[in-house]
Design a protein around this ligand. Sequence first.
Ligand code: HEC
Length: 217
Amino acid sequence: MPILDAVEMASSEEHVMAVLNSIPRYVELFHISFPDDDEPVTFKNTGIAIGSFERTLLTYSPFDSFIKGDTKALGKDELKGLEIFINSGCIACHVRETLGGQTFARFITPHEQSGEAEPDPGRFNFTGLEDDRHFFKVPSLLNVTETFPYFHDGSEWSLANAVREVGLSQLGIELTGEEVEYLVCFMHALSGEASPFARELPVLPPSGPGTPRPVFD
Ligand code: HEC
């Protein structure tokens, strides 16, 4: 959990509980959210609450409806793109309902290949294993139309070019202009809106008199 992780918030369970219990509005909100618990301000419930909040950040795309069984959720061109996505082998790496995020693959961007920048060692920096040199996480393609620039060095701003490039470097195929267009069309069906609730700036309750102050060491 990021709260406890040494390289993230580096806090302790006791500290988190002390802070939450010292802020009257949080205690009230825990009672409202977990009405069956006598003592609702627990670390476990904190995790449940954070999980519920994070799920509001998920987007829902036409592709999500499609894999849930609504075969009409994708239009003709999007279906054609999906077919190319499957048949040309993109699904070897971009798998499951997130279309990626589970595995690593080797990739050197055209920008790095051109010699303008040193190729990033990627996963090698973390594992020290020679076999991991230039390996990167296969990214999820959900909302990919919104997340340019692409690749680990952010060197590609066009989705069409990114698709053409991975076709060449990951699959050794030269996609035609038409295939690239259909693939990009399919990728638009992977984008969805976040709920308006998730975009609201949360108004945080004020600290109480006993709220621990920050310590500097
Ligand atoms: C061998 C595994 C593999 C295959 C096959 C593969 N990809 Fe990828 N793809 C990757 C990796 C790894 C990256 C991330 C590279 C990086 O971070 O620099 C990537 C990145 C991408 C990106 C850029 C996403 C971003 O956020 O930067 C797109 C778009 C993409 N792939 C689409 C496709 C399409 C379309 C196909 C089929 C034509 C395909 N990929 C085939 C491994 C693969």
